[in-house]
Design a protein around this ligand. Structure first.
Ligand code: NAD
Length: 462
């Protein structure tokens, strides 16, 4: 851990470097994005190994969710950099006669990126792509809960980048708190709502703008689909999006499923089949399901099942191995709605299935809870889909799939209400780390007479 004094010194040096103007050059931005790309390609195996050590992720999951996604995002930024950086002409009203105007994106300065452990590369580097593309200097503090990944970012990645502009500082909440005492031009935070509140309070001191990427409970509505094919595809996608994304330790993982009572047995039956297909008869020995990040989170998840009524609701799985931080893919049918598993974010491989009389009731069910980061709805019914779109609010809404929205450069990623504030990915990341300066250029020629007092009301009526 660095002393507060050396931290202040580093921040000062980074700010001085930003003031040299070096990071504003298109060539600098391009070279840094290329450096990042090279790191991802050359150190791919080290990244996979770090993900295995910290989270027990299979390397293909690591490629799908982190390396592959980041390579795609970096290439997208490189391809669009020139366009994003160019000033955008703006139309003006008639009163601004003989004036031209444009929006010029300028970097904010020095930005702080605080990230979470579940996608330790993605959640640190996806915002960094935007920060670099927009011409900022940046400090990243990865999560202490994925130490092998944090170490790799701090020691390996930085050698591919301009170390006078981009720093990785390792440490836990204590280091985070020290960082929050500094003056930043933006704080980009990914993590819990609890710490999100700390970030927002700290930002008040310097009126620092913040992006808060947080979580919550993401529901999946499953309608009584018309064909057995649609049902199989639905359940396949639900299972992979829950247990196959860091074992449910993902902010956009499905937290619970809503289904009509008469249809629940079919859905749960299919879920059991799909779990076995993906993770085998004995998932404990499977290397295709990630492990729980640490003992604290393991016990947090175990405690969800302590409640007798919740335990009774387990219809599949439920076994745990504390030594290996393994929790079996678990399905719960109608646990009490006031139990912790239904009031707190689960963030693990437990999946409650909640039954309703009518699938339309899912709209009220969702609306009576905090706005989710994502809503997923599997349905062939166009009028139900229209109602979900217009009557619910969430950071994203996906019909007939889950989690895929994360990989789209063309879609803004982020929450609404308690699930987050601010958006990123693709051009939205560039915008998040830019100040769009309004620039107007006026000629010295004529003005409208009524601009200048004294005003002659008779004349105004003419
Ligand atoms: P967390 O809030 O505990 O930690 C996030 C980061 O903040 C870490 O780097 C941590 O060291 C730092 N931190 C912790 N306490 C701090 C303090 N007092 N001052 C300054 N920094 C501090 O969250 P977590 O356990 O890493 O992640 C889990 C949460 O993150 C879940 O709620 C999940 O939904 C959310 N999440 C959201 C997204 C998203 O993109 N919206 C992605 C992943 C995770």
């Amino acid at each position: 851990m660095e002393s507060l004094q050396s931290l202040e010194c580093e921040v000062k040096t980074l700010k001085e470097y930003f003031r040299t103007g070096k990071t504003k050059d298109a060539a600098w931005r391009q070279s840094q994005l290329e450096g990042l790309l090279l790191f991802l390609r050359e150190k791919e195996n080290e990244i996979f190994e770090a993900l295995r050590i910290d989270l027990g992720k299979h390397h293909l999951e690591g490629y799908r969710d982190e390396v592959g996604t980041l390579v795609k995002s970096t290439i997208f930024a490189l391809k669009n950099l020139k366009d994003w950086m160019s000033g955008k002409k703006a139309k003006l009203p008639l009163v601004a006669l003989l004036t031209s105007a444009e929006l010029v994106a300028e970097p904010l300065g020095l930005v702080l990126i605080l990230s979470s452990w579940n996608f330790p590369f993605g959640l640190s580097l996806e915002p960094l792509i935007g920060a670099i593309a927009a011409g900022n200097t940046a400090v990243i503090k990865p999560s202490e809960m994925a130490p092998a990944c944090a170490h790799l970012l701090a020691t390996r990645m930085t050698t591919y980048l301009d170390d006078k502009a981009i720093k990785v500082i390792q440490g836990g909440p204590d280091v985070g708190e020290q960082l929050l005492q500094q003056k930043w031009d933006k704080i980009f935070f990914t993590g819990s709502q609890k710490v999100g509140r700390i970030i927002m309070s700290a930002a008040v001191k310097y009126l620092t703008p913040v992006v808060l990427e947080m979580g919550g409970k993401c529901p999946a509505i499953v309608d009584s689909l018309s064909s057995s094919w649609d049902r199989e595809v639905t359940v396949n996608r639900i299972i992979v999006s829950k247990y196959g994304a860091c074992a449910g330790q993902a902010c956009i993982a499905i937290d619970y499923v809503l289904v009509e009572k008469r249809f629940a047995a079919t859905v749960v039956g299919l879920m059991k089949i799909m779990i076995k297909k993906m993770f085998g008869e004995n998932p404990r020995v499977s290397n295709t399901i990630a492990r729980i990040v640490n003992r604290t989170h393991f016990l947090r998840l175990k405690n969800f099942l302590k409640d007798f009524a919740v335990q009774n609701s387990v219809v599949y799985g439920g076994s745990m191995d504390e030594e290996n931080l393994f929790i079996e893919p678990t399905i719960l049918l109608d646990p009490p709605l006031d139990s912790a598993v239904m009031t707190e974010e689960i963030f693990g491989p437990l999946l409650p299935v909640i039954t309703l009389e009518r699938i339309e009731d899912s709209i009220e069910f969702i609306n009576s809870r905090p706005k989710p980061l994502a809503i997923y709805a599997f349905s062939n019914n166009e009028s139900l889909r229209r109602r979900i779109l217009s009557e619910t609010s969430s950071g994203s809404l996906v019909f007939n799939d889950a989690v895929i929205q994360y990989a789209a450069d063309s879609l803004p990623f982020g929450g609404v209400g308690e699930s987050g504030t601010g958006k990123y990915h693709g051009k939205f990341s560039f915008d998040t780390f830019s100040n769009y300066k309004a620039v107007a250029r006026r000629s010295f020629l004529t003005d409208f007479w009524y601009r200048f007092p004294p005003w002659n009301t008779n004349k105004l009526l003419l």
